[in-house]
Design a protein around this ligand. Structure first.
Ligand code: C5P
Length: 224
């Protein structure tokens, strides 16, 4: 497993990780691990099975047994399946994001997802997008990137993203949600959101998505 090239891209909500990771994976022809989607799927699965979002052991059991599939539509759009049901949009709501952040604070859930995440590593390589990809899940990866941006800019990006998808959004409410998620993600004891000591930190405030993709690809090409 350690011979497979892996690039980790970590950072807070709205830092552009998702878009950048997807583009980098596509350009390199590598697989993508959207680890946030796994936490979102566990949270949605828990809601659907009426499992409490605070019940670590029950959530860990659910995380181990749910059937998760990432596909693409004929048009190339991502399609996500949970136990045979299509949940592409359902996992992207702000509610699902908040629920994901709650279940992600539990060590049992993180442990249950560890091997599942590592199994995404496959030749010719993997781009791993998340919060603890470089620190916990793939500490041997090279290079490790940590994307950041000011909270105001991250809230605005999220707002535009949701609008584009036709999802109703409120900027003030989003800013509060992002601040709350940042607080929870960086203060939890289980794998808090921190840049790995050996990560390249990129502050993307004021940068366009294409600029960020270009910078990440340039760093990636120094290693692979
Ligand atoms: O990246 P995304 O917004 O989809 O992640 C949803 C939530 O899942 C995050 O707010 C975070 O709490 C959690 N998460 C995590 N570790 C990861 C990826 C996501 O704790 N590697």
């Amino acid at each position: 497993m350690h011979e497979i090239p892996i690039i980790t891209i970590d950072g807070p909500s709205g830092s552009g990780k998702g878009t950048v990771s997807r583009a980098v994976a596509k350009t390199l022809g590598w697989s993508l691990l959207d680890s946030g989607a796994l936490y979102r799927l566990v949270a949605l699965g828990a809601r659907r099975a009426s499992v409490s979002l605070d019940d670590g052991p029950a959530l860990a059991q659910l995380a181990g047994r749910i059937d998760i599939r990432f596909d693409s539509s004929p048009g190339g759009d991502e399609v996500v399946w949970l136990d045979g049901q299509e949940v592409t949009r359902a996992i992207r709501t702000e509610q699902a994001g908040g629920d994901a952040s709650r279940v992600a604070s539990l060590g049992e859930v993180r442990g249950a997802l560890l091997d599942r995440q590592r199994r995404f590593a496959a030749p010719p390589g993997l781009v791993a997008d998340g919060r603890d990809m470089g620190t916990v899940v793939f500490p041997w990866a090279r290079p490790k990137i940590f994307l950041d941006a000011s909270p105001a800019e991250r809230a605005l990006r999220r707002y535009k993203q949701l609008k584009e998808k036709g999802v109703a959004a409120n900027l003030a409410a989003l800013s509060l949600e992002i601040a709350e998620r940042d607080r929870r993600d960086s203060t939890r004891t289980a794998s808090p959101l921190v840049a790995s000591a050996d990560a390249t930190v990129l502050d993307t405030t004021g940068m366009s998505v294409d600029e960020v993709i270009g910078r990440v690809l340039k760093i990636a090409r120094e290693f692979v």
